[in-house]
Write a protein that binds this ligand. Structure first.
Ligand SMILES: Cc1cc2nc3c(=O)[nH]c(=O)nc-3n(C[C@H](O)[C@H](O)[C@H](O)COP(=O)(O)O)c2cc1C
Length: 192
């Protein structure tokens, strides 16, 4: 059996953002979605606020979400910047995905600052991305400007905020190398 560290490192390094255009259309079963979300729940969380909240859009639900995102894009984009192609692609992405999960955080400003809740949510999302990779499900975190205006559609409470959309679907992409500069360039060592 492979060493745990080998398995973990492979999954971390192999994970890539996989976009809806590459999804096959094969449905990701609810049990698999639940398994991916279960991993989110093990993220670290300051003062145990567990701020991560998710809304899973599938079937007609994701199509309607796609249409709402497209509507918001048109509504919030100045006419001279509006692109019909871009609006169409928003709807298309929802059609191509097996599901879309909104990445929300329940903010507890009396306990911890917002950045800590967002950091905990991001840790949860990385757990999801790694679990998806291990299950051969493609996924990526999308953060279009429209998410700031989704609050009403998502029926979020006053202390809840949407930080992104997590698209998922099976795919046949070949593994591709990560584009990263060496870690050595980002580390300073202090030893005396
Ligand atoms: C917080 C966050 C927001 C992101 N938003 C977008 C996005 O709006 N559109 C997009 O194409 N990719 C988005 N990405 C994915 C990045 O483009 C991707 O992680 C980056 O290109 C590195 O590629 P990799 O994930 O395959 O390693 C986002 C990633 C993060 C962590």
């Amino acid at each position: 059996m492979e060493e745990e560290i080998t398995v973990l490192t492979n999954i971390i390094q192999r994970r890539r953002s996989i976009f809806p255009v590459s999804y096959t259309g094969q449905e990701v079963p609810v049990a698999v979605i639940k398994q991916i979300l279960e991993s989110a729940n093990y993220a670290p969380t300051h003062k145990l606020t567990e701020p991560w909240r998710f809304i899973v859009f599938r079937n007609e639900g994701k199509i309607k979400l796609g249409k709402e995102l497209a509507r918001l894009y048109k509504e919030t984009t100045p006419a001279h910047q509006f692109l019909q192609k871009k609006q169409d692609s928003i709807v298309e992405k929802a059609e191509q995905s097996s599901c879309i999960i909104t990445l929300n955080a329940q903010l507890n400003s009396d306990k911890v600052p917002e950045w800590e809740e967002l950091a905990a949510l991001a840790c949860a999302v990385q757990n999801m991305a790694l679990t998806a990779e291990a299950l051969k499900v493609g996924a990526y975190w999308s953060s279009p400007g429209m998410i700031a205006d989704l609050k009403e559609y998502l029926n979020l409470g006053t202390t809840e905020k949407c930080f992104g959309l997590f698209y998922m679907g099976y795919h046949n992409e070949e593994p591709r190398a990560a584009k990263r500069t060496p870690i050595e360039e980002k580390i300073k060592w202090v030893e005396s």
